[in-house]
Structures are given as C-alpha cells and as structure tokens.
Design a protein around this ligand. Structure first.
Ligand code: SF4
Ligand code: SF4
Length: 98
C-alpha cells in the first residue's frame, strides 16, 4: 500500500555524517524534529552506512517543538525546512520562537 501525505519537505540538510544524507539532501522518507524544547533532528543516524535511496525526498512527519511559531498541533506548518549543525548539535534552522 502506498500513502500520499502532504508534508513540509526537508529542502537542505548539511549534516553529511548522517546515514540519510547525500549531497546535502535528506533521503529518509520522513523525519521527526524535536524533543519538546530543542529543534534537533530525532531521525539522525550519525556514523551509519548510507541508506540514501536518492529518489526519496524527506518530509517532516512530526515536530515536538511546541515553542516554534510554525508548529500547530505537534506538526510543522512551514513549506519546507533546512537542517544543519549548530553549536555541535543538529538543528532545524527554520525554527522561529513564538
Ligand atoms: S534531516 Fe536528519 S535524518 Fe535527514 S539527513 Fe539531516 S540529520 Fe539525517
Ligand atoms: S520549522 Fe518549527 S515546527 Fe517546523 S520542524 Fe522546524 S522547529 Fe518544527
């Protein structure tokens, strides 16, 4: 069974050490952002061998960062997001404080 779901997409991710990353794109099917406060990538898999089915473009399946202005009912309402390393942790750079 194939499902079609409307999700914000992960436009760019510069975390090259993640197993889902290839050429600054995330190729997981869907990712989860956040632990409740910090907009980290819960799906990251650093140091893993490449998963990278390069025809997948990742969507944001869920986001637990209720303090972000794009968050509604634990889902992301942005059109797309960018993920990168900041201060030694992986962050959703599209995060905007309410
Ligand atoms: S968005 Fe997350 S899962 Fe996707 S490549 Fe970046 S760190 Fe990995
Ligand atoms: S933009 Fe905000 S709501 Fe969307 S994934 Fe990033 S932190 Fe979560």
């Amino acid at each position: 069974m194939k499902m079609t779901i409307d999700m914000p997409f992960v436009n760019t991710c510069t975390v090259s050490g993640c197993g889902y990353n290839k050429d600054d794109k995330c190729h997981a099917r869907a990712i989860t952002i956040g632990d409740g406060v910090h907009p980290g990538c819960d799906t990251s898999f650093l140091g893993a061998p490449g998963h990278t089915r390069a025809n997948n473009m990742a969507g944001v399946g869920a986001c637990k960062v209720v303090g972000c202005s794009f968050n509604s009912d634990l889902e992301c309402g942005a059109d797309s997001i960018t993920v990168s390393m900041q201060d030694d942790s992986i962050q959703c750079m599209t995060f905007q404080s309410r």
